[in-house]
Design a protein around this ligand. Structure first.
Ligand SMILES: Nc1nc2c(ncn2[C@@H]2O[C@H](COP(=O)(O)OP(=O)(O)OP(=O)(O)O)[C@@H](O)[C@H]2O)c(=O)[nH]1
Ligand SMILES: [Mg+2]
Ligand SMILES: [Zn+2]
Length: 296
């Protein structure tokens, strides 16, 4: 009988994976049976096969699982065992704040620490007065931390490295924001594809198609991801979904009903805070659209 070994899935192509052993060896693997669904970041047990490949036989307990919601393919697990989420934004492509809300809600659901990374500061002459910065103010105001970086000029990269040390992180963000460029800057010897933004539409070209884990030279790991638009946030009890909007937490205990979902209930302190401007109406609208999608 062959001894079982351990490894971490670093890239997952459907039923075919690449894992890394604790010694840093890469092994191409298949999966035993139809029940196992390993994903990037999973700690697994595997058996070596005669042809040099491996067979994954077991997935260790997961500390977290990030699941994307794809309009065509439904729910697709993206990454396991991450504890930190980097949300990358940039002046180009144009920031979509509703997408940011969904990322941050997913981070809250999984209790990941979320960090905004404002990339491509080299494109801005006056960062403080940029449109992108104005939109981000709303997220800073509710307590999210933001790092300003330029992968191109190297500005802020040391701070990003410090934030990643000792964590297993995932970087999310619109296609073209510069996620893979960040990975390339942190792990220069890795083969990573970078894609130009389309001149015509100012959008990314979905260059990265699969999540891939990279070990960082200073310790920790970072998972590069495709430009995911949506996360699977349900079946989450509706009351818990409201908790994912961090700025609601302060007001929710003052609602007349303890099970208030902040929709049309009388005596709702959250909608009162929206009316008096203490909670962003745009964020509230985002919350309602997520709860509506959860009900459908
Ligand atoms: N000006 C400038 N351009 C950058 C910077 N970082 C990345 N880019 C450019 O942005 C474009 C997109 O970069 P990628 O790293 O492929 O973006 P991505 O987020 O991985 O995109 P997807 O894989 O499609 O999700 C490329 O043309 C990069 O050269 C930066 O700091 N400044
Ligand atoms: Mg990419
Ligand atoms: Zn309420």
């Amino acid at each position: 009988m062959t001894a079982t070994r351990i490894g971490v899935v670093i890239v997952n192509y459907g039923r075919h994976m690449t894992l890394e052993t604790p010694e840093g060896q890469r092994v191409s693997c298949r999966i035993k049976g139809r029940e196992l669904h390993p994903v990037c970041g999973d700690e697994v047990r595997w058996q070596p096969l005669a042809d040099g490949s491996g067979l994954i036989t077991h997935i260790e307990g997961r500390r977290s699982l990030l699941v994307r919601q794809d309009p065509r393919h439904g729910q697709r697990p993206l990454a396991a065992n991450v504890d930190r989420m980097l949300v990358m934004v940039a002046p180009r492509p144009e920031l979509d704040p509703f997408m940011l809300d969904r990322y941050l809600a997913a981070a809250e659901v999984l209790r990941l620490s979320a960090l905004l990374v404002f990339n491509k500061t080299d494109l801005l002459t006056d960062i403080e007065s940029s449109e992108c910065n104005r939109r981000l103010d709303e997220f800073i105001a509710i307590g999210y931390a933001m790092l300003k970086v330029s992968v191109r000029s190297g500005e802020g990269l040391q701070t990003v490295k410090k934030a990643l040390r000792g964590h297993t992180s995932v970087v999310l963000g619109q296609s073209g924001a510069g996620k893979s460029s960040l990975l390339k800057a942190l792990v220069p010897e890795a083969e990573i594809r970078i894609g130009e933004i389309s001149q015509a539409t100012d959008e990314g070209r979905h260059t990265t198609s699969v999540a891939t884990l990279y070990h960082l030279p200073e310790g920790g790991a970072l998972i590069d991801s495709p430009g995911v638009r949506n996360f699977h946030l349900w079946p989450l009890p509706p009351a818990q979904l409201a908790q994912c909007f961090v700025e609601f937490r302060k007001y929710a205990p003052q609602c007349r009903f303890s099970n208030c979902l902040h929709e049309q209930e009388p005596g709702c302190a959250v909608t009162a805070a929206v009316t008096n401007g203490a909670i962003s109406a745009r964020r509230y609208q985002s919350y309602r659209s997520i709860t509506l999608a959860a009900k459908s």
